[in-house]
Design a protein around this ligand. Structure first.
Ligand SMILES: Nc1ncnc2c1ncn2[C@@H]1O[C@H](COP(=O)(O)OP(=O)(O)OP(=O)(O)O)[C@@H](O)[C@H]1O
Ligand SMILES: O=C(O)C1=C[C@@H](O)[C@@H](O)[C@H](O)C1
Ligand SMILES: [Mg+2]
Length: 168
């Protein structure tokens, strides 16, 4: 089984859903954001502030390649798709799954969140980023899951598992 790689905008639920998926499938869970923070011994806001986004993107690309390509769940950072090399890696070596809530669902989830530097921006800029990234996420996945306001974690996990079964 290829590792399942969850992609989607900040707050789409990759970390939350990924942990639950891994629990149900009894396989390991990895989160690129967590791996980067442990490796660099800095929080993401510190990396953005001290070193800048380009360095963060380099760490992200390196980490992604080191994670297991089989029998694992990988939650990525929302911007992993910014690099074409990462999109190609997800397409070729992993099973990409896109979690796709609307911008308004995300806004409701991430009110006052300070742990995501790119969410700490004006509304217009965040909406633009959300729209610009849609085709990038779509480019690297086999499965897209529409997330509704009322979608529970359990329901979303089941939808993902059913969609994977349908691929076979
Ligand atoms: N039904 C739901 N499914 C997933 N997450 C939810 C749901 N309802 C609320 N949340 C909340 O949304 C917030 C963002 O979720 P999470 O951190 O999993 O997103 P993410 O996609 O990993 O974001 P990032 O790209 O920044 O790492 C969390 O506080 C989580 O508890
Ligand atoms: O959408 C993004 O570019 C980001 C999302 C987060 O998961 C982190 O990877 C970081 O805050 C950048
Ligand atoms: Mg996350």
């Amino acid at each position: 089984m290829k590792s399942i790689c969850l992609v989607g905008f900040m707050g789409s639920g990759k970390t939350t859903i990924g942990k639950e998926l891994a629990k149900q499938l009894h396989i390991d869970f990895y989160d690129t954001d967590v791996e980067i923070e442990a490796w660099r011994k800095m929080s993401i806001p510190q990396i953005f502030e001290k070193e800048g986004e380009e360095y963060f993107r380099q760490y992200e690309a390196e980490i992604l390649r080191k994670l297991p390509t089989n029998y694992a769940i990988i939650a990525t950072g929302g911007g992993v798709v910014e690099r074409k090399e990462n999109r190609n890696w997800i397409k070729e070596s992993l099973l990409g799954v896109y979690l796709k809530p609307t911008f308004d669902i995300i806004s409701n989830r991430l009110t006052d969140d300070k742990s995501r530097p790119l969410w700490n921006k004006q509304e217009e800029e965040k909406r633009e980023l959300f729209i610009r990234r849609i085709p990038l996420y779509e480019d690297c996945v086999k499965i897209s899951i529409d997330i509704k306001t009322e979608s529970t974690v359990k329901e979303t996990v089941n939808t993902i598992l059913n969609s994977i079964n349908d691929l076979k």
